[in-house]
Design a protein around this ligand. Sequence first.
Ligand SMILES: [Cu+2]
Length: 484
Amino acid sequence: MKLFKMASLLIITSLIIVSCKSEDKKEMASINTADIYIQGTMDAELTSPPYVPAPVGNRTAKKLLVNMEILEKEGTMSDGVQYVYWTFGGSVPGSFIRTRVGDLVEFTLSNHPDNKLPHNIDLHAVTGPGGGAESSFVAPGHKKTFSFKTLNPGLYVYHCATAPVGMHIANGMYGLILVEPEGGLPKVDKEYYIMQGDFYTKGATGEKGLQPFDMTKAVKEDADYVVFNGKVGALTGDNAITANVGETVRLYVGNGGPNLTSSFHVIGEIFDNVHVEGGDLINKNVQTTSIPAGGAAIVDFKVDVPGTFILVDHAIFRAFNKGALGMLKVTGEEKKDLYSGIKQEGIYHPEGSTIQTMPESKEKKKEAVSTKDKTLAQKIADGKQVYMKTCFACHQAEGQGIPNAFPPLAKSDYLNADVKRAIGIVLHGKTGEITVNGKKYNSIMTKQTLTDEEVADVMTYVYNSWGNNKTNVSVKTVKEVKNK
Ligand SMILES: [Cu+2]
């Protein structure tokens, strides 16, 4: 609850008045944030990465109108590799929101009518249930408004929290919201917005073409791409961020995850100040700062010499083999007294801008030995395990599905009408319009990577649950559908 300045002020005060009690501090801080008076209304400036809106400076707290649109759209992950991103405001990470402590943010979330899925937003800067997720759940072609007061200064992640949450985040649904302290952060010359994310594709790293999201790899945390700002090369070459010798640079760095922690480092620089985890605590003279998934840090440093400084996740294979690499190009006079080496651009980028192709595993996936004489009860029990691991995120625990997104499996007329068609959906995935119990769905079910036995078990479990027609699906039938 403390303001940045307030914190240091309190330290000084407590040094002078040794008797200062901690209760008094708490009281002071809460009065200053929750009761800050709102004067007037303004539209929030939103920016796409790597840019940030203008600093708040000395402005008073206001009613701040934020209008954000969700867009599902195809983009480029790497040379020749396309990916369907789900975005807040059309970019990955989503639009940067800049507020000050005490603002009353009126947030309107619109879901574009061409989108396929409902979404919502959970802002870590919100004090309230679900960080706004419950109030902002919005179907395609609709919009929702809710409001919150910014009580705690700091840099916060926001993300989609619609089931399956991991999939929405993995597809790019995250961004940053900054809550500046009273009077704003200290002035610097350049500010940029960078956010790391890990991506999971059906094909191997670098495999060309439109790559669908891979749920199995995501669950295993086996990322094909680890990148800054949504794609390989978002911050390299002509896209590099820039500064001049002698300037101070502040980076607002977030990590959307969904899985990996970032070891954020700038090669050839030392962070003068790091707002650890995006909060009030300032650490000085830092080489590498750890940014957890769903967390952030504010770093600043003065650039003293010219050259290209490489931004990396220092878990270094991610940088050179999976894309977590950016550039800060600093121009100006050489400072031989500070650094006398040969200036060489791109020295830490030997693999070139395109990603290395990983050697493909020659080993064939072994199929679990199928137990022919498994009882129906055993199949149902094993099938439930598969369901809770694989299907549950979308179709939900009781097979009830999610309105407008994931069709029900409970009492599903579509399921009960045709066993082989249903098996085919689990084996191959499904897109296009279908009608289940009188309601239309037009969405994507990704192909499930399961053994034939697992498919037979999970389908048997589904058919023998929630009022379905009790079909016992055999491995033989699954193989028939597969080989058709
Ligand atoms: Cu979403």
